[in-house]
Ligand binder design. Structure first.
Ligand SMILES: Cc1ncc(COP(=O)(O)O)c(C=O)c1O
Length: 416
């Protein structure tokens, strides 16, 4: 029976389903209201990179709530936020990054960087730079700014999302973005990209990243890496953009930042980008009541420490190599799986019908449900499903996930 809760992005006919209502989670497993316990193949919503129930993070949150309750970074500072900012600079690279602005979600942090880029250029006397460029099929959240930048078509026009100052180009198409910059480069405030496009788990090619870095040098926009999903070891580095030949100007981190325990995001930037604000004595007009609170910052600090203690980046690389083998085997032995995409522990499988056509998107939810019936939670991808195991997965966990996926694909596409 439908209750008071209106869940996000779930078809109305499924509201109130006990088999979709989680009760508790531990390690890599989630218990549901209908009594089943399922293997999580999605790391929560790509955020519980270290698995559920991390004791050190839970303890740090409890201590901060008891000792400091609520303190803000709104017209004040607090020592938890100072410490968390410094820890993030250390892991991202203190030779480049120097300042951190806290936010509460990936979408809000994307709003923040769009505002920051425009204000930064205005202070440098270049106020005509208002355009923000994103990629087609990208995802930057569903707040009004983030939704405008999101290149996936998710009904922006229904909501009156204003995309007049946004341009979208195809990922990994160097010619297209070069042409756009030749025509409108002097009006571009920022280019925002996911190092791996989340919706289809499509990594940017090294050549494309090099093109973006060259265009930045030539045209003067700020290059932003939206690492909301790719940060905290997900792709086999602490941040995916640490593999780039040069760092982005701004880096957004969120999901793995607190191992999914808090509504937290952070934007990292070099100290030099703050200079125009310092010189003008101008205030950057962005603030969120719950950003940079003691509990979120304690969670960030504990997550960074746990990443180190568990050697989570090395674990991600090990698991990534296992995924290479397991997914190659799945493609070789399962005719309904046409291929895989992705990087590190951020993968997707592409499915096809028995006739060899790409699986229509409307049929993907049936496969997701069949994988759940077989024992694992996964989310939809482009013509397939996402595979995002926690970095702490054992070999046995991975084998179990792949078995559930195989069984679910066969049942969901109707050839079991
Ligand atoms: C790359 C990226 N940016 C932004 C977002 C939006 O984050 P949030 O749901 O916290 O607003 C997401 C969420 O999936 C994401 O993957």
């Amino acid at each position: 029976m439908t209750g008071a809760l209106w869940p996000s992005l779930l078809e109305p006919r499924l509201h109130g389903s006990d088999d979709l209502c989680a009760v508790a989670a531990d390690g890599v497993r989630i218990r549901f209201q209908d009594g089943r316990e399922l293997l999580c193949g999605a790391s929560g919503l790509w955020n519980a990179n270290l698995g559920y129930g991390n004791e050190a993070i839970a303890r740090a949150c409890a201590d901060a709530l008891r000792d400091a309750s609520y303190l803000s970074v709104f017209r004040y500072e607090n020592v938890y936020a100072r410490r968390a900012a410094q820890a993030l600079v250390e892991v991202a690279g203190p030779e480049h990054y120097g300042r951190v602005i806290f936010s509460t979600s990936g979408g809000a942090a994307n709003d923040l960087v769009m505002k920051f880029a425009r204000h930064h250029h205005a202070l440098r006397g270049d106020g005509a730079r208002k355009l923000v460029v994103g990629l087609r099929d990208s995802y930057h959240g569903l707040t009004f700014g983030g939704f405008a930048l999101t290149g996936e078509q998710l009904g922006q026009s229904v909501y009156g999302v204003d995309q007049r100052l946004v341009r979208h180009v195809s990922a990994n198409a160097a010619d297209e973005v070069t042409r756009l910059m030749d025509q409108q480069g002097s009006r571009v405030a920022a280019v925002v990209v996911e190092p791996v496009l989340g919706s289809g788990a499509v990594p940017l090619t090294p050549e494309y990243v090099r093109t973006l870095l060259d265009l930045r040098d030539r045209h003067g926009f700020l290059l932003v890496a939206d690492e909301v999903a790719t940060g905290f070891g997900r792709t086999g580095d602490f941040f995916a953009s640490q593999r780039w030949p040069a760092p982005p100007d701004l880096l957004i981190t969120s999901k793995g930042l607190t191992n999914g325990t808090q509504a937290a995001a952070a934007v990292l930037l070099p100290s030099a980008l703050a200079e125009p604000f310092d010189a003008a004595g101008d205030v950057f007009v962005h603030g969120e009541t719950q950003a940079g609170t003691p509990v979120t910052c304690a969670a960030i600090l504990a997550t960074v420490e746990e990443m180190r203690r568990l050697d989570a980046v090395a674990a991600a690389r090990r698991l990534s190599a296992l995924l290479d083998t397991a997914l190659a085997d799945l493609v070789a032995t399962e005719p309904l799986v046409s291929g895989t995409t992705g990087l590190g522990c951020f993968r997707s499988i592409r499915l096809r019908t028995p006739d060899g056509e790409p699986l229509p998107q409307r049929e993907v939810p049936r496969v997701v449900a069949a994988i759940r019936d077989a024992g694992a939670v996964v989310h939809p991808s482009v013509n397939g499903v996402q595979i995002l195991p926690a970095l702490i997965y054992t070999d046995a966990d991975l084998a179990e996930l792949l078995e559930c996926v195989r069984a679910g694909v066969r049942a969901g596409i109707g050839v079991a």
